[in-house]
Design a binder for this molecule. Structure first.
Ligand SMILES: CSCCC(=O)C(=O)COP(=O)(O)O
Ligand SMILES: [Zn+2]
Length: 211
């Protein structure tokens, strides 16, 4: 019980911080945090809520199928299956999904390539890429309306305990071993997207640069 309360507070704090950045426009976005590994249980945001508000109905506990552990009138996020993929395939402890203008525009510009790459950018260190020649690749998947299909496409890119996947004209989902790490990856991704968009304003030919 103490663990559940701790995780609840941790996720609520992350939600507040992302909200301050205005990353939950139009009720978009969903967040999750693992509470237990065996059996797998995690807190996920309730679907359709204004994530800028802090209430005691913000999250609900779901099981290894993404179903509520207890009877509740709340509905788990429509994208719970994506969070579930992360917890089933990795040791991640927290996963975050936000829609921003920057991540949407980047996903559209680079969507046909299936990924965006960054090299020689200090912030890729947030993804544990420390060498000068390291390349960060963020995959971009099609925004399938059928969530189980979206979750299958997403799952192909869930290989490590930390990561990020862009969903074209939809948003980004990131994960990390804990809330701190997941937030770090989300912030670094959004920094890199903003940087890239600004760069393209001044150097449009950078679009054709192959890393
Ligand atoms: C109005 S946003 C469309 C659904 C979505 O993409 C999202 O992130 C929020 O869905 P949820 O069910 O988690 O509220
Ligand atoms: Zn979404």
């Amino acid at each position: 019980m103490i663990m559940l309360e701790e995780r609840w507070r941790e996720l609520a704090d992350v939600k507040d911080e992302l909200s301050e950045r205005d990353w939950f426009m139009g009720t978009s976005g969903n967040l999750a945090i693992k509470v237990s590994h065996q059996p797998l249980q995690f807190l996920v945001t309730a679907s359709g809520k204004d994530k800028r508000k802090r209430t005691n109905e913000d999250f609900l506990l779901v099981d290894e199928f993404g179903h509520p552990v207890e009877e509740t009138h709340l509905k788990p996020s429509a994208e719970t299956l994506l969070h579930l993929e992360i917890y089933q395939k990795t040791n991640a402890g927290c996963s975050l999904h936000v829609h921003t203008i920057d991540n949407n525009v980047i996903s559209e510009i680079y969507g046909d390539r299936g990924e965006i790459t960054f090299k020689g950018q200090e912030l890729i260190k947030a993804f544990n890429k420390w060498e000068e020649d390291d390349i960060l690749k963020i995959p971009i998947i099609h925004n399938f309306a059928h969530i189980p299909t979206l979750a299958r496409a997403f799952s192909e890119h869930v290989k490590e305990d930390t990561g990020a996947v862009l969903i074209r004209n939809h948003g980004i989902t990131v994960w990390g071993r804990n809330a701190f790490e997941a937030k770090k990856i989300l912030e670094a991704s959004e920094f890199l997207f903003r940087y890239q968009l600004r760069l393209l304003e001044y150097k449009p030919y950078q679009l054709f640069k192959v890393v």
